[in-house]
Design a binder for this molecule. Structure first.
Ligand SMILES: C[S@@+](CC[C@H](N)C(=O)[O-])C[C@H]1O[C@@H](n2cnc3c(N)ncnc32)[C@H](O)[C@@H]1O
Length: 114
């Protein structure tokens, strides 16, 4: 498993350098379908760019942002979010809680098939 702490400050810059804005556009594509006041789970949210993107288009959501890298998490915590409530966690604890939307951009490909 890659540890993103070292590259956290450069991740967005490098991703943009390699892929242009295609990754950002892919992440933003479906955000407009989010209803206000939704309950959202974000797995492996990285630097939290998506928090800003969501905040720009919808209000009143509760977002559980899960990110294992402390470096990434610090960047995400510094994002300016005013229209929605963010709960930051390093791990997703087992629970019976349900969500309206689960977002896991470029997350599952980090795991082996098993
Ligand atoms: C390829 S990056 C994608 C980041 C972001 N979703 C994006 O699209 O810019 C994958 C992220 O998942 C995080 N991650 C990896 N394994 C994780 C785990 N078990 N729990 C939470 N986050 C994890 C990494 O630290 C990294 O920030």
């Amino acid at each position: 498993m890659v540890n993103y702490n070292l590259i956290a400050p450069y991740y967005d810059f490098l991703a943009n350098l390699v892929f242009g804005n295609t990754l950002i556009r892919a992440q933003q594509k479906f955000l407009e379908s989010i209803e206000p006041n939704s309950s959202i789970l974000i797995l492996g949210g990285g630097s939290g760019q998506i928090l800003t993107d969501i905040d720009n288009i919808v209000k009143g959501c509760t977002i559980n942002f899960i990110e294992i890298s402390t470096g990434m998490m610090e960047l995400a915590r510094n994002r300016k979010v005013i229209n929605n409530t963010i709960v930051f966690d390093q791990h997703l604890e087992p629970s019976t809680r349900t969500y309206d939307i689960i977002i896991m951009n470029f997350f599952l490909d980090q795991f082996t098939e098993s």
